[in-house]
Design a protein around this ligand. Structure first.
Ligand code: ADP
Ligand code: DP6
Ligand code: CO
Length: 361
């Protein structure tokens, strides 16, 4: 570093898909380390539909760490960003760029400042897991910039400290976040259950009921739930551990009826726990409820489930169709019953496959 080289800038850009939980994470046992009260399982979406793109850059001419989200500067002072930056800097390696004549030593990363620009191609803070794609992408791009040697599972434990659900976006396909046993969080990380090719006939359709920012963030919502709901203890201790085992089996066997039943009932219980919170949290709205009725009626009429639905902390529906034919029929029904931009208050549809990525690279 030094001299003429003061003008250099090194940059890395990464793109990371979001993930939607089919067995939900809701509730922490440690707020700082972000350790959950139960395991969770998700499906990573195709990054061409819902993803974050983040560019991280370093230069000796930067005098502080700064970050822009969707074009607006945001503060990096929050504990979560600081945890991620600290964990990554602690693992940074030497970096050499011969073309630019730049050589950064491990210890230089403690003094060098970063500029970070991130963009979500889907609604932020609306219950489509922007914090998952966003924090996973931040950790992944910084790890590349600073030449970390850690594998994706070790990076997932860092992303977890930015936003719990982010740890699952480091892998494609079906992913489990093991809650771990250790107090220091070293074993609370993501594991790939099956890759993106394992069950490739599934098609995901997202109905954006509202792109508006939610009133209660996931972080504060789940904190209130843990403090006030009696039902959450039953869910975390009795219900989810059994469902996680059953869901792993359903995924391995490509057993759609079991998969759909588990995903739908788990989403419904998560929203029941929100209602059991005091004051109650309403993430779904009338349109969300009408979508559930429509899918349930259809599944019942067919005699076996054709479509699974799940709603995160927001009103937007994520529907998983068992194959392309079912997806086409589902879309027909949705467009008939919920035409976009009509008084049903439905903003748009996003249609895509599961992630085609092996990992978030
Ligand atoms: P969501 O349901 O979209 O995940 P959350 O309430 O969990 O909503 O988190 C939203 C917050 O996540 C945002 O307010 C912001 O702080 C953070 N976030 C979202 N996208 C990004 C991003 N691309 N980079 C960094 N942080 C992000
Ligand atoms: C309903 O990961 O956004 O989407 O860890 O506080 O950042 P923090 O919360 P976040 O919560 C996600 C909750 C959920 C379910 C899930 O993704 O498992
Ligand atoms: Co989130």
């Amino acid at each position: 570093m030094g001299g003429e080289q003061e003008k250099w800038v090194l940059m890395v850009t990464a793109r990371t898909p979001t993930n939607i939980a089919v067995i939900k994470y809701w509730g922490k046992r440690d707020e700082t380390l972000i350790l959950p009260i139960n395991d969770s399982i998700s499906v990573t979406l195709d990054p061409s539909h819902l993803c974050t793109t983040t560019t991280v850059s370093v230069s000796p001419s930067f005098d502080q760490d700064r970050m822009w989200l969707n074009g607006k500067e945001i503060s990096l002072q929050g504990g979560r960003f600081q945890s991620c930056l600290r964990e990554i800097r602690a693992r940074a390696q030497d970096v050499e760029d011969k073309k630019k004549g730049v050589c950064i030593k491990k210890e230089d990363w403690q003094k060098l400042h970063l500029h970070i620009a991130s963009y979500n191609n889907f609604p932020t803070a609306a219950g489509l897991a922007s914090s998952a794609a966003g924090l996973a992408c931040l950790v992944f791009s910084l790890a590349k910039l600073m030449n970390l040697k850690e594998d994706n599972s070790q990076l997932s434990a860092i992303a977890r400290q930015g936003s719990g659900s982010a740890c699952r976006s480091l892998y494609g396909g079906f992913v489990k976040w093991d809650m771990g046993k250790e107090d220091n969080g070293s074993d609370s990380l993501a594991i790939q259950l099956a890759d993106e090719k394992h069950w490739d006939e599934l098609v995901i359709i997202i109905a954006v009921v509202s792109a508006r920012q939610k009133e209660t963030s996931s972080t504060s919502g789940m904190r209130d739930t843990v403090e006030t709901s009696a039902l959450i203890q039953h869910r975390a201790k009795e219900v989810v551990p059994k469902r996680v085992v059953q869901m792993e089996e359903a995924i391995q066997n490509r057993d759609f009826p079991s998969f759909a039943r588990l995903a739908c009932t788990d989403s419904n219980q998560f929203h029941a726990v929100c209602l059991d919170t005091y004051p109650p949290i309403f993430y779904m709205n009338d349109t969300s409820h009408r979508i559930i009725s429509c899918v349930e009626k259809w599944n019942r009429a067919e005699g076996t489930p054709q479509v699974a639905y799940t709603f995160d902390a927001g009103p937007n529906a994520v529907m998983i169709a068992r194959n392309r034919k079912t997806a086409a029929l589902l879309l027909q029904r949705l467009l008939y019953n919920f035409p976009p931009q009509s008084d049903t208050n439905l903003d748009s549809y996003i249609i895509g496959d599961k992630s085609i990525l092996k990992d978030a690279g």
